[in-house]
Ligand binder design. Structure first.
Ligand SMILES: Cc1ncc(COP(=O)(O)O)c(C=O)c1O
Length: 405
């Protein structure tokens, strides 16, 4: 997910505009900024590139989720259905607005299993939050149908899928709202940053105010702005927006390299018949940040991971099943509801419910999955060498397992 890999004069130029003027804040100081409005320009560019009516830049992907949830009116007592495989930020945001994260199984798309979503719906369910993990998408048609039938809000966490599409529409612009993260390791980066995208004017107006202490932004004098509701400070700075402005203009270039390298690596790994690949509901729309592949059993996968580690070639290959941050198996802090501030007893109980919930269907997928991050700076030789080293390890493990069987 590597926009930072191709740092260039374009990022330096936009940063210099801000450094020269010294106006680091996105609002106000009109006379001092030499006409530079990097955050506003980036929002316009995002609307154009991703095809949404509105976008609100904020300070991170987590802030974008929190802002979107609040703007969608999700809070106390509301249940938000989300996948067992995501980054912790997805449930952090839900908890931060006082709502209940309800984790359900993923399927071989590595995203929400539509049947698991259906089974988790209760009278308290208000929102379904698919997470387009590792560059590719959830089955949006199925999820849209579920949301429509049950009058639920659809909020896409597209933080890891910048530039991906589903049936021609950009991920993050399909639901009631969608979010990207522009942190340092995403497909395009601001250093730190995020965005809420929506086609709903009400969600945009609320996001705009919520991320800036509730300012209504109707006048030119910030001090005279009204505060129709309570907000917070999730503002992005002009410095961060400047980096993003350069990167959004280079996104096509990044995506093209990602796709090329993804295809080349997939061709190499396809030589092994025991390897299968993640199911992608719309193959054309994969943003190709990762190549995610499965081995036949958890034992073989774990042996391959150990062998890759032993040979010092594990870097860039992610075994999420054992990862502290991305999969429910290791989220003990969530399962024990360890928070610094007290949660309401009902919320605490619902959060702790996850400790004994059955995630065997997710385990069966995640324990066999390895995702290889696609770099933008691999040479053809490096890519080939990487693929062949992985293949050699897998062949060795497979032959050892065959002998011991
Ligand atoms: C799926 C997902 N959601 C949300 C976030 C949060 O983004 P940020 O790091 O910008 O807060 C991330 C970041 O990695 C993510 O991967």
């Amino acid at each position: 997910m590597p926009g930072f890999e191709l740092w260039s004069d374009a990022e330096r130029k936009h940063l210099n505009d801000v450094v020269q003027s010294g106006v680091l804040m996105r609002y106000g100081f009109d006379n001092n900024r030499n006409g530079h409005w990097k955050a506003k320009e980036l929002e316009t560019a995002i609307n154009g590139y991703f095809g949404c009516k509105y976008s609100q830049l904020v300070s991170s992907g987590t802030a974008a989720l929190t802002t979107a949830l609040s703007a969608l009116g999700i809070g106390y007592g509301d249940e938000v259905i989300m996948p067992s495989f995501t980054f912790v930020a997805s449930f952090e945001a839900v908890l931060s607005v006082g709502a209940v994260p309800v984790m359900v199984d993923v399927d071989d798309t590595l995203t929400l299993h539509p049947e698991a979503v259906k089974a988790a719906i209760t009278p308290q369910t208000k929102c379904v939050m698919p997470v387009h993990m590792c560059g590719s998408m959830a089955d949006m048609e199925a999820l849209q149908a579920i949301c429509k039938a049950h009058h639920l809000i659809l909020l896409e966490d597209a933080c890891q899928a910048i530039g991906g599409t589903y049936k021609g529409k950009k991920l993050g612009t399909i639901g009631d709202a969608g979010t990207f993260s522009f942190d340092y390791v995403k497909t395009m980066t601001c250093g730190e940053g995020g965005v809420v995208m929506t086609n709903r004017e009400d969600v945009f107006v609320s996001s705009d105010g919520y991320s800036d202490h509730g300012h209504d932004h109707k006048g030119v004098d910030r001090g005279a702005d009204l505060h129709p509701f309570i907000g917070y400070n999730f503002r992005i700075s002009e410095l961060h927006a400047a980096v993003g402005l350069a990167q959004v203009n280079r996104l096509n270039e990044f995506l093209a390299i990602q796709k090329k390298n993804h295809t080349a690596l997939k061709n190499i790994l396809s030589q092994i018949p025991e390897i299968s690949f993640r199911r992608v509901p719309d193959v054309e729309g994969d943003s190709c940040t990762f190549l995610s592949w499965f081995l036949p059993t958890a034992e073989i996968t774990s042996a391959v991971v150990e062998a890759l580690k032993a040979q010092n070639i594990l870097a860039g290959n992610f075994y999420w099943y054992n990862n502290n941050w991305h999969y429910i198996r290791k989220w003990d802090h969530l399962k024990k509801s360890i928070t610094l501030n007290a949660l309401s007893p009902e919320l605490k109980e619902k959060v702790m419910y996850h400790a004994n919930k059955d995630f065997s269907a997710s385990d069966a997928i995640m324990s066999r999955c390895i995702s290889t991050a696609i770099s933008l700076v691999w040479t053809e030789e490096q890519l080939k060498e990487k693929g062949e080293k992985i293949i050699a390890v897998i062949k060795k493990v497979l032959s050892e397992q065959a002998v011991s069987a």
